[in-house]
Design a protein around this ligand. Structure first.
Ligand code: BGP
Length: 476
């Protein structure tokens, strides 16, 4: 029995354009969703689609606009990844950089060139690019003009964008994901999918209709990717984390199963090719009628994904009966406090064994290769007077998760493509807009209000992760 990661295991790190790239008005880029999501008390109302960004105070601060300016630090940042020995880098492209409004007939050459330079630089450094096509990021024009994914027009706009990047990066990029955390649409509709809920609209109806359009777009993108280059591998991507029942009361167990299904719904369609029976019944019960065009169901059935990617930060806990005062924070999803788990400074529960459980649950369900494309600890770091950063807490978190990941691969036989911890370099937090919620192996000198030199420095975890990669996960 081999207890090692496969030789071609893709160790790397992940980011997303909307949280690291900046350069919001550079190179002909159009305004995108993240550019209008502010820092501070209005962030949640805007992200959840309850507040229109056009009514924000004029002095609002938008941390994504400059972020950590990877746009201006690209070569330096690739050099840091190369120094750690990355085998792959998961990043997203900004749709609005390539099609500023989403409706142009031809792509913006300067936008394509930026990603071409990045991809070429990665390949020169033997780093496999792993691209998220849409990560909380779309031209705001599509939102304001068409209501985003409420409209089928956006499917065409998305496919035009996909075609432009599949053709331009043919032979250079092989791993793609159609939508980041597609289930985020249910929880933060504006950030997840550019959806604003207008007065009088039935929220659930709107969200499931938009989801249908995204699912059709994802299937058609999969078709296109395979036609353009049969070597392309397309993944779906889920904000994952198994739900546990609060007690062994069968009602709690049932509730946990149902909670998991709310999220699995999306990737059940993307991976198995059809609306699952439980979802059909749910929609029926809620009186939700999804408008479909003839052929939609065939498209979903025929063009399923090649692999299943997911983010994992924590497991979740749920009860069928109300449990007073036992709720805790966690990657947008509400969860009860699990007395067996510690929490991060932001209240996110820490559950390495939950990663093994989640990996097995997903692999059992789909029997397709899986890819952990986000995992990590958001924490405050202290820069010592000599400039060093001793982030042992981060090392401890990642070590424990990698140990469990290893068990899932080596003892349970899960087919895992790779591991890309989130925010390998500090970046803007999606949920809070803070810079002080840091995930990186690399520190970036920038604070929550946007002050700082943007200088990069290596944390203790940088050297640790380099060794992990060098030893293919043997030295932890
Ligand atoms: C996921 C997102 C990422 C990332 C991560 C960490 O939901 O895909 O974009 O931000 O969560 O969350 P946060 O930044 O809120 O700490």
């Amino acid at each position: 029995m081999t207890l090692k990661f496969p030789d071609n295991f893709l160790w790397g790190g992940a980011t997303a354009a909307n949280q690291c790239e900046g350069g919001w008005d550079q190179g002909g880029k159009g305004l995108s969703v993240v550019d209008v999501v502010p820092w501070g008390e209005n962030r949640r109302p805007v992200m959840s689609g309850k507040m229109d960004y056009r009514s924000l105070p004029a002095d609002s601060y938008y941390p994504g606009r400059v972020a950590i300016d990877m746009y201006g630090h690209m070569k330096e940042d690739v050099a840091l990844m190369a120094e750690m020995g990355f085998k792959c880098y998961r990043f997203s492209m900004s749709w609005a950089r390539i099609f500023p409004t989403g409706m142009e007939a031809v792509p913006n050459e300067a936008g394509l060139r930026f990603y071409e330079e990045l991809i070429d630089e990665l390949i020169r450094n033997h780093i496999e690019p792993v691209v998220t096509i849409c990560h909380f990021d779309m031209p705001i024009y599509l939102v304001d003009t068409y209501g985003s994914w409420k409209s089928r027009t956006v499917i065409d706009a998305y496919l035009k964008y996909c075609q432009a990047i599949f053709e331009r990066f043919k032979g250079k990029v092989h791993y793609w994901m159609t939508f980041n955390e597609i289930n985020m649409l249910m929880h933060l509709p504006f950030m997840g999918a550019g959806i604003r809920i207008e007065a009088g609209e039935n929220k659930e109806q709107v969200k499931y209709q938009a989801a249908h359009h995204e699912l059709v777009a994802s299937a058609l993108a999969t078709k296109l990717a395979h036609e353009i280059d049969p070597e392309n591998k397309i993944g779906c991507m889920l904000a994952a984390g198994q739900f546990y029942p609060y007690t062994c009361d069968p009602d709690d167990v049932l509730q946990a199963m149902q909670k998991d299904r709310e999220n699995y719904f999306f990737i059940d369609v993307q991976s198995r090719g059809e609306y699952p029976c439980y979802a059909k019944k749910y929609l029926e019960r809620q009186g939700i009628k999804i408008e479909m065009e003839p052929g939609d169901l065939d498209i979903l059935k025929t063009y399923t994904v090649d692999y299943v990617a997911f983010s994992y930060y924590a497991s979740r806990l749920t009860s069928a009966k109300p449990v007073d005062g036992a709720e805790t924070a966690g990657n947008v999803f509400k969860s009860l406090k699990n007395p067996y788990l510690k929490v991060s400074e932001w209240g996110w529960q820490i559950d390495p064994v939950g990663l093994r459980i989640t990996m097995n649950a997903i692999y059992d369900r789909y029997q397709k290769p899986i890819f952990i494309v986000e995992n990590g600890l958001g924490a405050k770091d202290t820069v010592q007077p000599d400039g060093t950063i001793e982030d042992d807490y981060r090392i401890e978190y990642l070590r424990a998760h990698i140990q469990e990941m290893k068990k899932a691969v080596c003892e349970d036989g899960v087919d895992l493509i790779g591991y890309t911890p989130w925010g390998w370099i500090d970046l803007v937090s999606a949920s809070t807009g803070e810079m002080s919620k840091r995930y990186g192996f690399v520190y970036v000198d920038r604070d929550d209000a946007g002050n700082g030199t943007l200088a990069r420095s290596r944390k203790k975890s940088f050297y640790w992760y380099k060794k992990v990669i060098e030893s293919n996960g043997e030295t932890l």
